[in-house]
Design a protein around this ligand. Structure first.
Ligand code: BG6
Length: 491
């Protein structure tokens, strides 16, 4: 699929319209990110932010709501009274029922004349088509308009296609920004620089020099107050289908010809299309579903998933997934790719581990190490890149000991590191699509994930229990052990 060149930076004024403007995402992520962008002068001067909701509020009521709810999500060191006051001046509230066409004329009246428009759909996807149709009906979509789609983008391939078709009736592909906030994380973007801005890794970045790849996104939190959403979704749809597969694409893609959005997304798409489809036998052997049971998290007792508020009795939703994938191309032939994610795990830790091949033969008979070099890319909580090497232990004899070459990105750069949402919102405003998913990528990801979910349904097994605060079910370690590997779990 080819979309046209990235749009030039929009001219002012700008109207940024948030559907779901008083919802959780807006309060926790979008408005704080916009405050930070405002603080650092990254919003065009004539930017208005319109939060939309069904409450019949006046603007003053919305501003009071923001004072009360959003302030707490802004770091104290970034807060100044003056910036906060001028940020609040940018805010507007419009009472809109997204299903009611006449309400969109009220919205139209609130927008600045001749402005660029960004519509952020932070709502359930079932509302997307109605919102787009009503925007169109009120004459609010021109070729400069952009729309941002929040996940979940579909529940399966058919529903993802439906969303794409629906939105595609009103917006061209280059106007659609499908957000995956992992693509806005500094270290994820840095991974492209590590791979394509250095020469030393590329010759080794392939089979047989790489033995395996591990991608872990572990969370310490449980399902929290999101039972309604999460129980119908599960870890596969919530995390693997999007965040983990996007990370995998960046690890595994061929060098793109440029940073042009389509050049990058073409390469990511090839990775997704090269994932070896799983048969029923593969699903049974190479995937693990887990669900946390009571345990402890950060020193406090933690209830099991089934005891969390509003989780239906006996729910079989997975809160953990581990699996072994393969990419069918020359670069990755026979390299197992292990993906793992879960809630209520031992620590919040997201990491990509590139395990290089074993020594073919060792002359150091005193050294037990076969597997010696490993590149660890830590995404969170801290951001660093480490290369594990072997060195000689001081003293007589030739004893080896592992040491790390350490690239600590947080101390290497004094510059502020923006949050993912802030960076991505600025990309949307500037019309830069590189770090957003294209339609065909989204559908290719679903095409690979769907047979696994269907396979689980056919197997009809309960997810395996793991204690809250652990690294997941024992079967997840067994999956690695069968390949002679183990999960890297150092803190
Ligand atoms: C979201 C998921 O997309 O990502 C959440 O819906 C998850 O369930 C979150 O907690 C994790 O994001 P981060 O940036 O905290 O790793």
């Amino acid at each position: 699929m080819n979309t046209s060149k990235p749009r030039p930076a929009p001219s002012e004024p700008l109207d940024l319209v948030i559907f779901g403007g008083v919802g959780d995402l807006s309060v926790r992520k979008l408005l704080p990110a916009l405050y930070m962008a405002h603080l650092h002068n990254n919003l065009p001067p004539a930017t208005r932010i319109h939060a939309l909701g069904r409450q019949a509020w006046e603007r003053t009521e919305f501003v009071a709501f923001v004072q009360e709810k959003v302030r707490g999500f802004i770091e104290n060191k970034a807060f100044t009274d003056a910036a906060w006051a001028s940020f609040l001046d940018r805010l507007n509230y419009v009472s809109v029922d997204a299903t009611q066409a006449p309400d969109f004329h009220t919205l139209a009246a609130a927008l600045q004349s001749g402005s660029d428009r960004v519509y952020y759909l932070a709502t359930a996807p079932s509302l997307f088509v109605g919102i787009c149709a009503n925007l169109h009906g009120a004459g609010l979509i021109d070729e400069r308009a952009r729309v941002v789609l929040e996940k979940p983008l579909g529940h399966d391939l058919a529903s993802a296609r439906q969303i794409n078709d629906d939105v595609g009736r009103y917006f061209q592909e280059q106007q659609i920004f499908r957000i995956d906030h992992y693509l806005g994380k500094e270290t994820v973007q840095n991974l492209m620089v590590l791979r394509f801005g250095n020469t030393i890794f590329e010759p080794l970045w392939r089979s047989p020099y790489i033995k395996s790849v591990q991608i872990t996104v572990a969370e310490a939190v449980g399902v929290g107050s999101r039972a309604g959403f999460y129980d119908g979704t599960g870890a596969m749809r919530d995390m693997v289908q999007n965040h983990l597969l996007q990370l995998l694409c960046i690890v595994a893609m061929e060098p793109p010809v440029s940073l042009d959005p389509d050049a990058v997304r073409d390469e990511k798409l090839k990775v997704l299309r090269s994932l070896r489809p799983m048969t029923m036998a593969d699903v049974a052997r190479d995937t693990v579903r887990g669900q946390y049971s009571a345990g402890a998290s950060n020193g406090d007792a933690a209830v099991g998933y089934l005891q969390e508020a509003n989780i239906p009795e006996g729910s079989a939703t997975e809160t953990f997934v581990a699996l072994k994938a393969h990419i069918n191309n020359w670069r990755w032939a026979n390299v197992p790719i292990f993906l793992r994610t879960g809630k209520r795990m031992a620590a919040r830790q997201s990491e990509i581990v590139i395990e290089f091949a074993d020594l073919p033969f060792t002359i150091f008979q005193d050294s037990p190490h076969k597997s010696v070099n490993r590149l660890m890319i830590r995404l969170q909580p801290e951001e660093h890149i480490q290369l594990h090497m072997m060195a000689k232990e001081p003293g007589s004899g030739m004893k080896l000991r592992p040491v790390n070459l350490n690239l600590d990105l947080e101390t290497a750069f004094s510059e502020r590191r923006a949050e993912a949402y802030e960076r991505l919102l600025i990309d949307v405003i500037k019309g830069r699509l590189t770090h957003f998913m294209r339609r065909d990528e989204l559908e290719a990801a679903w095409s690979w994930v769907e047979p696994i979910i269907n396979g689980w349904q056919q197997l009809n097994e309960k997810p395996k229990a793991y204690t809250a605060g652990s690294w997941g079910p024992a079967a997840s370690s067994a999956l690695m052990a069968r390949e002679g590997s183990s999960w890297v779990e150092e803190s």
